[in-house]
Write a protein that binds this ligand. Structure first.
Ligand code: SF4
Length: 633
């Protein structure tokens, strides 16, 4: 087995990944490695993913070993920002040609590294492998090693050729490369008990700089950001940090977990999007640093800063409430943590008519339901035509989404705001949320909408393409309503898994035919959720709706209590309800941090924090079933 394929296998079986944590022991043993399918890299190849993850390291020369198109495809397409060096934005490529394919491209690669070092003298050169040189057998590890010895500079091989898989795999392979060749290779000039790493943050539109001043004020130092506005030396010495925050994207979970394992740097998964999330993340950073030896007064200062910043943010947002009264938003974020944006938009007085949940976890969906009510319009997958109709019928006044959907809003003559990675505004932290509200206001009240909504003098409103399209959709909907057989056929034809092209009917039939009860079983029989895995939550819901996942009703109160106590609260650290309740009672615990200290619960990704707060609340009020039983005895 080549070292690249064993690295890929390791990355797939990452124990820190939430999907793996939720699997049974038997499923875990099977691992996650899947046969790659043609087209699996259509949304971005593994090389692209590796480049996205590391290019924000600003003082490094990023050299792409391959045909020029690989570099052209991936160069600076995300809008990360640098506070210093600009060498990262220079596109370096070996631009290999037919002769190299015949005779090998290693010499050309070596010469390119030499030229970069002589002309630019960067602290390190990162060399990215791509499909063509990988297929002709160019050994970039050997060339990088030889160049490093000859020129006395770190030359880092990033072995993530496009064909090995999708973008997300490339993010993780990039992480493996820095774990192996960069992290721990240098020492910081000094250390403090307040040093943290931020992992998986790319400083898009410079948004990290909206949070950094707050950390500076608290005396917390970002020892290394991997990789937004990062410097080579900082990453190389990042193993001396006391704690780490992994920004909610799981792109670099392997880096966070392995740094915890190798260097005893605990991490949590947090986000600086939204006011509540920003506060929670600041609290968690302070709490982790205190546990690692920082002065406990840090928490008081953090709370004071949170109170001040939250007040400023809500005061700034308050003036928009009257302008936003009755305005409705359609939020298409892809689903990752969309609830944190939902909460902030609601506070600003906007009404959410729907939000996408395509990539949301079950917990994310529950959170959205809490915020938007049980009837929340959660959109798994909305066709462009459906989005258009929703906007055109004025069921939404503005759409917030990524760039790909913008033309739908613009065709409907409705305002649109970019909230994905290509955006030009920074929405992170407290000021970021205020900025988001400001931008929504500007988009909603832009006078251009009045102009473009007026029909052109030559236009026949009764017969323009917009009205024809809407009439066509309405006719289709009416036909379906009148024909239950056709309606059922359309319902069953709804695509659930886009990667493997599996529809609802196929999944329902397989569940019935094989009495399936798990997502894994459905995957085995239909291939659904066998690609990017984003639809696994949806598959679980189908299982639930069909009653395939049975909720056992326990009539024996003692057995019911045992089952309740055995319910897992913290998946990362495998802590159940009973353990937490016992610890709260035995030690008189009153805070999440104390529960964590005594039981380890919430010491992983931190997503169970809210559930623990509820348990704390219920035990302190004597509402938990445990206390009722004790009282009854
Ligand atoms: S690495 Fe391969 S898949 Fe990716 S852009 Fe280059 S040739 Fe295409």
């Amino acid at each position: 087995m080549s070292s690249l394929s064993s690295t890929i296998q390791q990355v797939f079986n990452e124990p820190g990944c939430a999907k793996n944590q939720n699997k049974s022991e038997a499923e875990k043993k099977k691992g996650c490695t899947k046969q790659l399918q043609p087209g699996g890299a259509a949304g971005g190849c593994a090389f692209d993913g590796a480049k996205i993850a590391l290019q924000p390291l600003t003082d490094v020369a990023h050299l792409v070993h391959g045909p020029i198109a690989c570099e052209g495809n991936s160069w600076d397409n995300r809008g990360a920002k640098s506070s210093g060096s600009n060498i990262w934005r220079t596109g370096f490529t070996t631009d290999i040609n037919e002769t190299d394919v015949v005779f090998g491209g290693e010499k050309r690669l070596y010469k390119s590294i030499k030229e970069i070092i002589e002309k630019y003298d960067p602290p390190a050169v990162f060399v990215y492998q791509t499909c063509v040189p990988a297929m002709i057998g160019d050994d970039i590890d050997a060339v990088c090693k030889a160049a490093k010895e000859k020129f006395g500079k770190p030359v880092i091989p990033i072995n993530s050729p496009g064909f090995v898989g999708p973008k997300n795999l490339g993010n993780k392979l990039a992480g493996e490369a820095i774990l192996e060749h960069v992290i721990g290779t240098e020492e910081p000039e000094y250390t403090t008990p307040y040093d943290i790493n931020i992992i998986g943050e790319y400083n898009l539109s410079g948004e990290l700089w909206q949070v950094k001043p707050l950390l500076d004020e608290l005396g917390i130092r970002i020892l290394a950001c991997i990789s937004g506005d990062g410097k080579y030396k900082d990453v190389a010495s990042s193993h001396r940090a006391k704690a780490a925050m992994m920004v909610c994207s799981k792109a670099m979970i392997n880096v966070a977990r392995k740094m915890e394992e190798r260097y005893d740097i605990p991490f949590f998964e947090g986000s600086f999007y939204g006011i509540q999330d920003s506060s929670d993340s600041l609290r968690e950073i302070a709490s982790m640093l205190i546990q690692k030896g920082a002065d406990p007064e840090l928490m008081d200062r953090t709370e004071a800063l949170i109170e001040r910043e939250e007040k400023k943010a809500w005061d700034a947002i308050a003036k928009y409430k009257s302008r936003f009264a009755g305005k409705k938003v359609l939020l298409i974020t892809g689903g990752v943590k969309s609830w944190s944006v939902v909460a902030a938009l609601q506070e600003a007085g906007l009404e959410l008519v729907g939000t996408s949940v395509k990539k949301s976890t079950k917990e994310d969906k529950e959170r959205i339901k809490e915020l938007m009510g049980q009837d929340a319009h959660m959109i798994d997958d909305m066709t462009p035509r459906e989005m258009y109709k929703m906007l055109k019928d004025a069921k939404a006044d503005i759409m917030l989404s990524g760039g790909r959907s913008q033309f739908i809003a613009l065709k409907a003559n409705m305002p649109w705001l970019d909230i994905n990675q290509e955006r030009h505004h920074a929405y992170m932290g407290y000021v970021g949320m205020v900025k988001l509200v400001e931008e929504i206001d500007k988009a909603l009240y832009n006078p251009i909408w009045e102009q473009v909504r007026k029909p052109a003098p030559w236009d026949d409103p009764a017969n323009n393409w917009q009205n024809r399209a809407i009439a066509e959709m309405e006719a289709e909907a009416a036909a379906l309503a009148a024909d239950p057989v056709a309606a059922e056929k359309a319902r069953r034809a709804k695509k659930i898994c886009n990667c493997k092209t599996v529809d609802l009917g196929t999944i329902e039939d397989a569940i019935k035919a094989h009495s399936l009860t798990t997502v894994e079983g459905v995957r085995e029989h239909t291939n659904a959720s066998g690609g990017c895995g984003a639809c696994s939550g949806r598959v679980e819901e189908i299982l639930e709706q069909m009653g395939a996942i049975t909720v056992e009703v326990i009539t024996d109160p003692v057995a019911a209590e045992a089952a309740r106590r055995a319910k897992k609260v913290c998946n990362c650290k495998s802590v159940d309800t009973g353990t937490i309740e016992d610890a709260i009672r035995a030690h008189g615990l009153t805070t999440l941090a104390q529960v964590k200290e005594h039981t380890e619960a919430s010491g992983g990704c931190g997503s169970c924090g809210e559930r623990i707060e509820e348990i704390l609340d219920s035990v302190s009020h004597g509402n938990d079933a445990g206390s009722t039983l004790v009282a009854a005895e």
